[in-house]
Design a binder for this molecule. Sequence first.
Ligand code: CAA
Length: 262
Amino acid sequence: MMREFNTLEVAVEENIAVITINRPKFLNALNTEVLRELAEAADIIDADSSIRAVILTGSGEKAFVAGADIVEMQNKNVLEGREFSSLGNKAFSKIENLKIPVIAAVNGFALGGGCELTMACDIRIASNKAKFGQPEIGLGIMPGFGGSQRLPRLVGKGIAKEILFTGEIINAERAYEIGLVNRIVDATELLVEAKKIAQTIASKSPLGVSFTKKAVNEGTNLDLERAVSLEVELFGSLFSTKDQKEGMSAFLEKRQAAFKGE
Ligand code: CAA
């Protein structure tokens, strides 16, 4: 079902997909091809109802993703700059809007577009060697794959502006302190931990999880009254599903639920 990619490795084990961005010589920098392939992999995964969670990571010891590809960007004009930003934002929105949760397993540098990619994921797990930052201002540009928007939403405007204006590279502990990452684990345990979280999610009701993701993602862009109405709508519609019947029967019969995502 999964095609071969040039810049990604995609492996599906049981019901969890692991996407590894694979350009280690360039510290997994995001060029047009990586962005196109990420969008394509997201489409393939979204169409496969057997997959329940995604883990996104980078190949090699050093980097998750060291940013957008500076070699490719160097000679772009205004129109090309806009197109590149739009391509990246569309790919990241696809990842953010996947029906299933996406966990970023951040194994090293997550700078510029790399930090932005982690923020399009639902959950961020950092290795103790991970480093985060938005160094674009040092290159005469600014974040172009959503960083000026998702960072303030995640950590608040004040801290976000400090990171965005100084380009300072922060370590995993600081990222944890400001709420940019959910937890820090030893580098050797990173994928094991990410898989544990993915498996826990995969054991729950797929429709419950995906409706919850939709409620959080869409609801946080609405005022509270509308957001609560969205929750009412989504909560109600789950009562037409087999997952709800199964989940509640299993609880009352004191057995494990076997969810089918129906
Ligand atoms: N684009 C293209 N190539 C990159 C790259 C990038 N973003 N980041 C690293 N590389 C390349 C380096 O040029 C180098 O190539 P060579 O071996 O051919 O010289 C190779 O990867 C290894 O990198 P370094 O030798 O620099 O490794 P280091 O350990 O000395 O430094 C680093 C590591 C601090 C991450 C450093 O590579 C670095 O600062 N990278 C750029 C980070 C950055 O500015 N990212 C933001 C990009 S702009 C952006 O992302 C815009 C946006 O929002 C859309």
